[in-house]
Design a binder for this molecule. Structure first.
Ligand code: SF4
Ligand code: URA
Ligand code: URA
Length: 199
């Protein structure tokens, strides 16, 4: 797809999301949060849903979790705005930052499907249990599934702990969640480098 038609399609998707009231999150949000970053990147990052900062600024992962995510990605040479396209399972903030319901996730899924189809990422980083549940329908057990590559619809998926979980578990000791996530992100960087080499 040419850059211009990709941009047009994404702009029209953003407009549709802005007008969307398919679930009740549409009436409590202050604004819809569709994406940030580079739609031509080969890496897509999918989180759970907007928090307060995101709802205010209209961009995903810009609050404390997002800052941690950005720093961790940077430490493996990935610039989240240049080397990734960042989005969420649900585009509107759940009140009190509660987890989106199964119905809300299902209502919003066509928008995510469209984003994946347009951006066509080779690698998807799934940040947290809700991202895994929202995309794959697999529930719980991040400790077991994180760090393991999955192949899905011709793409590589890497589930990792959510950055908000890492904010609550800040130890960087070997074997701690943050250390494990850093290993996972290094793995993602290696995968992207391999894909680059084979282009
Ligand atoms: Fe529409 Fe998704 Fe917002 Fe629900 S969360 S109103 S489905 S854009
Ligand atoms: N947490 C998420 O999962 N997504 C955001 O955009 C912000 C915080
Ligand atoms: N539990 C979760 O729900 N998410 C994580 O990322 C880690 C533990």
């Amino acid at each position: 797809m040419t850059a211009t038609s990709l941009e047009q399609d994404l702009a029209s998707l953003a407009e549709s999301c802005d007008a969307c009231r398919l679930c009740k999150l549409g009436s409590s949000r202050s604004q819809v949060v569709v994406s940030r970053g580079n739609p031509q990147a080969r890496l897509m990052v999918i989180g759970e849903g907007p928090g307060a900062q995101e709802d205010e600024q209209g961009q995903p992962f810009v609050g404390r979790s997002g800052q941690l995510l950005d720093r961790m990605l940077e430490s493996v040479g990935i610039d989240s705005n240049h080397d990734a396209y960042v989005c969420n399972i649900v585009k509107c903030r759940p009140p009190e930052n509660r987890k989106p319901t199964a119905l809300e996730m299902a209502s919003c899924k066509p928008w995510l499907d469209r984003q994946i189809a347009l951006v066509d990422p080779a690698v998807i980083l799934l940040a947290g249990a809700t991202a895994v549940e929202g995309l794959l329908g697999i529930k719980g057990g991040m400790t077991k599934i994180r760090g393991q590559w999955r192949q899905w619809e011709g793409r590589w998926l890497m589930p990792v702990f959510h950055p908000s979980y890492l904010l609550r578990n800040p130890s960087k000791e070997r074997g701690a969640p943050k250390w494990l996530t850093w290993q996972d992100l290094q793995d993602v960087q290696r995968r992207l480098a391999q894909l680059d080499a084979s282009l």
